[in-house]
Design a protein around this ligand. Structure first.
Ligand code: I22
Ligand code: ZN
Length: 187
């Protein structure tokens, strides 16, 4: 095996270990918040750019469809899938407002917003979290590096301890699956 592949696996394993040590309590808290949201008729709304858009859609699908257990469908939506809304809002208001505008139209107090940004600094993610917090939503960040601006607009900011975007994304989807498992267990 070429050495760099081994290095990538070693790095992934180290980041996973450090993520568990640093974030165990915050992940538990996040699971509790999302279980409460899912059992009280509120929605989970997810958004991010690039690979994080794919992660947002992946996690939303686990709720609206199913994860492992057969259970009722749970209200969850990714704000990254409606090309008419995405293009109209970007064209008319700017890409920085593409998620904010959808949050303003869809979110109500008590909904959980999950913003995914490995830098913690994507402006469209930050603007949506700030708008959601003002409405009374619970704001969760899935971030990396130093947590960026998500530190100031998230009730819980899960900062994966890595500066490498790919490693951070790999932990985000793991955390997403852990949350889905907690919801399955609770329902
Ligand atoms: O998936 C990847 C890299 O692994 C890319 O598509 C990546 O998500 C994009 O460059 C994003 O625009 C990065 O934004 P962010 O994570 O800093 O918010
Ligand atoms: Zn990626």
């Amino acid at each position: 095996m070429p050495q760099d592949i081994k290095d990538i696996f070693d790095n992934h394993i180290n980041v996973a270990k450090n993520t568990f040590e640093n974030l165990k309590k915050d992940i538990e808290q996040t699971c509790s918040l999302i279980v409460k949201c899912s059992t009280s008729g509120k929605k989970i709304i997810l958004f991010g750019n690039g690979g994080s858009a794919a992660d947002a859609q992946h996690i939303a699908a686990e709720f609206i469809g199913r994860f492992v257990k057969e259970r009722r469908s749970l209200p969850a939506i990714a704000l990254t899938t409606d090309t008419s809304a995405l293009t109209a809002i970007s064209n008319d208001y700017g890409y920085d407002r593409v998620f904010e505008r959808q949050v303003l139209g869809l979110a109500v107090a008590g909904d959980v917003l999950i913003g995914l940004s490995t830098s913690g600094n994507s402006p469209n993610v930050i603007n949506a979290l700030v708008a959601g917090k003002a409405i009374g939503c619970i704001t969760i960040g899935l971030s990396g590096r130093d947590g960026g601006q998500m530190n100031s607009c998230c009730d819980v900011n899960l900062i994966v301890p890595s500066d490498i975007t790919a490693r951070v994304q790999e932990m985000h989807i793991l955390i997403g699956h852990i949350i889905c498992g907690a919801v399955d267990d609770a329902i």
